[in-house]
Ligand binder design. Structure first.
Ligand code: MLT
Length: 404
């Protein structure tokens, strides 16, 4: 008789956003006339920029001719895209990352879930609390945790680093030394940022204790303040201790197109073994590369026209962030985030739990957000609103919430 991976049974319920979608769908079918406004999952709403559409069309036409047709993509991504990434996201920012240290994939969610495979099961994992659930759940699935503890609302055996108002939602070094540290800045879900000096301290700490940082930079395009780092490789020594994840979903609207990349520098080693070669082996074995047409669309993100159009698109969403932030603040809510990130993190009023506030908002304002407790125990009493809606819906949603 076969057996199953029992680690899956440790995970309570379904994935946060599937759970929310089920609740919202049930409410909508009971109330078909309700005009629900969705500020929950961080999914984009604006169409792909013209430069990207043009690149997609061109690449589709190439697929129609034997001479220009493309089959399997190279395992690690096409050279044209890896070079564009290396130049624009790293070299131009003074970071020492080569094109062959970049692994193109179909998105940062998959990479952030899969990267743990190249590490031993005995590694101690540290995550922020609240946290993007993928980092935790995938390590639980792999067997790097004990059971879920309903009292602490944490998994035994994992290190949780509270991100609270008191520490500006930036974690402190944990008491117990971790082996793998997940950091995401600008942060999902709090919208908080880390300064370069603070990030340098994390890099120094990781090197001192022999840990690896998995740095999720999915939201870097939303940074508006000069002093906030866009990449961990802006810090000295990060090549020896950090892996970085990037997405094209948030900066270029690729949530339905799927494209991302991971950087594994060749200096990152465990003894003599380069993590780069392990991730290359994993990629080659389990993945056949992001589609040619999508990688051409990714290349267009770095064209002059693409850059200008996406700057406008990011500004459009950040205008929403401002509407939410200011609207709620003026209405007396305690809010943070929204300045260098497309997420606004607010305290629930009247000491409501995150899920109580979710229900109230859905039922009384027909607005969907994300309960903070879905991101971890320290998210309880908080709520996340996304700036990825349309401008009209964002204004309507804020009006409805503040009237409530
Ligand atoms: C979120 O809402 O947290 C994000 O959309 C999740 C993701 O990017 O996978």
């Amino acid at each position: 008789m076969f057996t199953i991976n029992e680690n899956y049974l440790k995970l309570p319920g379904s994935y946060l956003f599937s759970n929310i979608a089920k609740k919202v769908n049930a409410y909508q079918s009971e109330n078909p006339e309700a005009q629900i406004l969705r500020l929950g999952i961080g999914d984009v709403t604006q169409p792909l920029a013209p430069a990207i559409i043009e690149a997609l069309h061109k690449a589709v036409d190439e697929m129609a001719n034997a001479e220009t047709f493309h089959g399997y993509a190279p395992d690690l991504g096409y050279e044209f895209l890896r070079s564009a990434i290396a130049k624009n996201d790293y070299k131009d920012r003074g970071c020492d990352i080569a094109a062959d240290e970049i692994f193109v994939s179909d998105g940062a969610k998959c990479d952030s879930g899969n990267i743990q495979e190249i590490f031993g099961l005995d590694n101690k994992i540290a995550v922020c609390d609240p946290v993007y659930p993928v980092y935790v759940d995938t390590n639980v699935m792999a067997g790097r945790s004990g059971e879920y503890n309903p009292n602490t609302q944490n998994f035994d055996g994992m290190i949780y680093m509270p991100c609270l108002e008191e520490n500006d939602f930036v974690p402190e070094f944990p008491k117990e030394n971790p082996d793998i540290i997940y950091l995401c800045f600008p942060n999902n879900p709090t919208g908080a940022t880390i300064t370069k000096a603070q990030l340098q301290e994390w890099v120094d700490y990781a090197k001192r204790i022999g840990a690896v940082i998995i740095y999720d930079a999915a939201y870097e395009a939303y940074i508006t303040e000069e002093e906030i780092p866009h990449s961990i490789y802006e810090c000295e020594g990060a090549r020896e201790c950090a892996i970085e994840l990037h997405s094209f979903s948030k900066n270029a609207g690729f949530t339905g197109v799927r494209l991302g990349y991971t950087v594994v520098p060749k200096d990152l080693k465990c003894g003599d073994v380069q993590l780069h070669s392990l991730w290359a082996r994993r990629h080659g074995t389990k993945y056949n590369g992001a589609p040619y047409i999508v990688q051409r669309a990714g290349e267009a993100v770095y064209s002059d026209a693409g850059k200008a159009q996406l700057k406008e698109q990011v500004a459009y969403y950040m205008q929403n962030a401002k509407v939410i932030y200011e609207g709620l603040k003026n209405a007396g809510y305690s809010v943070s985030g929204g300045v260098n990130a497309p997420y606004i993190w607010l305290k629930t009023p009247d000491k409501m739990t995150s899920w109580e506030f979710f229900d109230k908002l859905l039922h009384e304002a027909n607005v969907v957000g994300t309960p903070g407790s879905g991101f971890g125990a320290h998210g309880e009493g908080y709520f996340r609103l996304s700036a990825f809606g349309s401008h009209e819906n964002t204004i309507k949603a804020v009006e409805r919430i503040t009237k409530m």
